[in-house]
Design a protein around this ligand. Structure first.
Ligand SMILES: [Zn+2]
Ligand SMILES: [Zn+2]
Length: 377
């Protein structure tokens, strides 16, 4: 009986290593021991080492094989054990040497995926592509931006066909090419040699069954374009051109791949009275000459209803008053902007005779020197 090989030790990872770590460890070692990189006198040693780590990675990188290995040890995988042998085919390294190509590691990840996903679960065997992201432009009011809101949007996007659950057909029979197993043995030529491995059946794409009809709802396309309502949560304090990401609401992926994401780009429409600068709101309010002179308490609009503002006596036109915490809340939730109120004194357009006489009286009082008098004495 052959020795039980310690695949974990070969890759220098521990027994609880994640798949990602196994992949990393293998990549590092494979680059180090690539036979093309071996010094002249160490070709054989490098080659041996390379075979070892490739075998170890092929088993530890595959969840099912790793489980078998953890349970039964490497004997579970004595390749070429003859007809009836259980388990899977080991790597065929008989022609390895002549197949090594000088180290291009560019497509390393592809090679890993072939190595690692070989006879795993069916759903993994044919890899799906992620769907595209979608961008939706949404216009909201300044009030919505200040208070936060929920908006329902309707998208017309590709969805998995509900009638056939994305299979494109409703009737299936076992695939006769792979006897329904979903995978087939094949020979993989890579820069690292020939690998005899099991891969997804090319006829049924790893599903193990072949469609016998075509789904009427989607015409066999597996997807249909469908209107979908999505509720979008707009947080209080959102700023112009912010993009909100709604994970998984983009277009559907190919071949059971994950869906893309939906991005909501927010545009805040112009407000009749308010302009926004960061989280402060600016507004301009008319007051009368007498209010400016005598002082008053006036009501001003805020983004959240009305509020009182005190105008002190002798207020000059264009004076700006700051109303604390009447602006837009910070999107991070721990602060709020202010409202800046600029007052301007309105000159009346029409006055009664009595009013005009009173103003003439004020003028005759000449309470202070006019601007012209100040300059010319
Ligand atoms: Zn098949
Ligand atoms: Zn369908």
């Amino acid at each position: 009986m052959a020795d039980n090989k310690d695949f974990y030790k070969m890759l220098g990872v521990d027994k609880n290593a994640k798949k990602e770590d196994i992949k990393k460890a293998y990549k590092k070692l494979a680059m180090q021991y690539h036979p093309d990189r071996a010094p002249e006198d160490k070709k054989i040693a490098y080659e041996e080492k390379f075979k070892e780590i490739s075998e170890a990675a092929s088993i530890l990188g595959d969840d099912k094989k790793r489980q078998q290995y953890d349970q039964f040890g490497s004997q579970a995988f004595s390749g070429g054990a003859g007809p009836g042998a259980s388990g899977f085919e080991g790597y065929d390294f008989s022609d390895v040497m002549s197949q090594f190509r000088s180290g291009s590691f560019g497509d390393f990840d592809d090679i890993f995926d072939h190595l690692f996903g070989g006879s795993g679960s069916r759903s993994q065997s044919s890899r799906g592509r992620r769907g595209s992201d979608l961008l939706y432009k949404l216009e909201i009011t300044l009030e919505d931006a200040a208070k936060g809101t929920k908006k329902n949007i309707e998208l017309n996007k590709l969805e998995r066909c509900p009638d056939c659950h994305g299979k494109g057909a409703t009737q299936f029979e076992n695939c006769h090419h792979c006897q329904g197993s979903g995978y087939m043995k094949r020979t993989q030529r890579t820069p690292f040699g020939i690998f005899q491995q099991t891969g997804p059946c090319p006829y049924c794409h790893g599903h193990g069954e072949l469609p016998q009809d075509s789904c009427k709802a989607c015409g066999g396309e597996s997807v249909i374009r469908k209107k979908k309502k999505i509720e979008v949560n707009i947080p209080a304090g959102i700023d112009e051109n912010t993009r909100l990401r709604i994970s998984g609401e983009g277009e559907i992926g190919d071949n059971n791949g994950p869906s893309g994401d939906l991005y909501i780009q927010v545009h805040i429409s112009e407000h009749e009275y308010f302009t926004r600068k960061d989280n402060d709101l600016h507004i301009s309010i008319p007051i009368s000459f007498t209010q400016a002179v005598l002082g008053d308490e006036i009501e001003v609009p805020t983004i959240d209803g009305k509020a009182k503002l005190k105008i002190p006596p002798y207020t000059q036109t264009e004076t700006i008053f700051r109303m604390k915490h009447k602006g837009i809340p910070s999107i991070h939730g721990h602060d709020q902007g202010d409202q800046m109120v600029k007052v301007h004194i309105e000159v009346p357009k029409k006055l009664s005779k009595k009013q005009l006489d009173l103003i003439k009286q004020i003028d005759e009082e000449k309470p202070s020197k006019s601007f012209i008098e100040k300059i010319f004495g």
